[in-house]
Write a protein that binds this ligand. Structure first.
Ligand code: PHE
Length: 347
């Protein structure tokens, strides 16, 4: 019997040492320590021993059992940590591998110019406001002194929504003059940037949708001198102190007198020529048209409940794309709306 117990010990310990998985271990536990296991089978034969032999064998059997149990526990711990380690190794994340770069966009060049313009005007005390793109013809035309039958009211020039031509996509930001004067009394100082729409074919300098920035100042004693002073100061801030401007007489039904303002071409410096060829920026004109402006017509003031004998004002409307083209040296207006990232990434 002693030999049997020794054999059990040797064999069980060897098998436990070779076990590789928790399932192997469980199998061995049942095999060696289970109720129908080898050790139990030997213990069952204890009854056949003599009284002197029994305690000696009992002790030995207990020692063998204890040793197998201890070895089993030790193997369990070892296998468990081996399994865990293998799992950790297989699931490891290499945090040093470079990630996928996120491409960050940036502001659109036109909005960069718009923000810059707004900032300058806000610094001068202008209030920036927003208004509807779907507008009433009365605001877009009639109350701006543009009478029925005026060519700009033609269906070939304007997008109308209704058969009676009373609702349209605004063709200019000037209706914001009316909307602002209706709700605010002088002194007032307004800037209204926004989209406008005209039935134009798109080419290098035209688009059926573009942006204007409307300005309006009304107070006592406002003169054409204020208009010129304000616009020249603003343009110098945008285009640089050395930029040269000129005013030309013009006609708008809602301003009197009216003018347009040009900036001397920054490329040919007004000569219209670059290296003996026609300047591509101003097409040989020497000047680039920037805006329309004028003194607010007395009828327009009166229509908004402002007394033209007491108050006067000036208004201007500039094309934002034009401003951006000049500022950013863009030579085709359509590029501004194409949203080709190869173009946009240059700014
Ligand atoms: N609304 C005019 C245009 O679109 C520009 C303008 C605005 C002229 C304000 C005078 C005063 O051409």
């Amino acid at each position: 019997m002693k030999q049997q117990l020794e054999n059990i010990r040797t064999q069980a310990l060897a098998e436990l040492a070779a076990a590789a998985t928790p399932a192997d271990l469980e199998e061995l536990r049942v095999k060696w320590l289970g109720k129908k296991g080898e050790l139990t089978a030997v213990l069952k034969m204890m009854g056949k021993l003599t009284a002197e032999e029994r305690p000696v064998m009992g002790q030995l059997a207990n020692a063998v059992r204890a040793e197998i149990e201890q070895t089993l526990e030790a193997r369990k711990t070892a296998i468990h940590s081996a399994v865990l380690e293998a799992k950790l190794a297989s699931e490891a994340v290499d945090v040093t591998i470079p990630g996928n770069a996120v491409t960050l966009g940036h502001q659109h060049p036109m909005n960069m110019v718009l923000d810059q313009i707004k900032e300058i005007f806000v610094g001068l005390g202008y209030q920036v406001v927003d208004g509807p793109e779907v507008e009433l013809a009365s605001y877009n035309f009639t109350r701006l002194n543009i009478e029925e039958g005026h060519p700009s009211r033609d269906r070939s020039d304007t997008f109308y929504f209704t058969d009676d031509d009373s609702v349209l996509l605004r063709t200019q930001t000037s209706p914001m003059q009316i909307r602002f004067m209706e709700n605010n009394k002088p002194p007032l100082c307004m800037l209204a940037p926004g989209r406008v729409f005209r039935k134009d074919e798109a080419d290098a300098t035209h688009s059926p949708m573009f942006h204007q920035i409307e300005g309006l100042v009304v107070d006592e004693h406002i003169t054409m001198g204020d208009l010129k002073g304000a616009l020249v100061a603003i343009m110098k801030k945008i285009y640089g102190e050395d930029s040269v401007m000129r005013f030309r007489p013009h006609h708008f039904p809602f301003t009197e007198p009216s003018c347009e303002m040009d900036m001397q071409c920054h490329k040919c410096h007004g000569t219209g020529e670059v290296d003996g060829a026609v300047c591509s920026t101003c097409h040989g004109e020497g000047w680039i048209e920037l805006l329309g402006a004028g003194m607010v017509h007395p009828e327009v003031l009166r229509g908004c409940g402002i007394d033209p004998d007491k108050y006067s004002g000036f208004a201007f409307g500039m094309g934002l794309e034009r401003m951006a083209m000049g500022r950013m040296r863009i030579n085709d207006l359509r590029l501004i709306f194409d949203n080709d990232v190869r173009f946009l990434n240059q700014f």
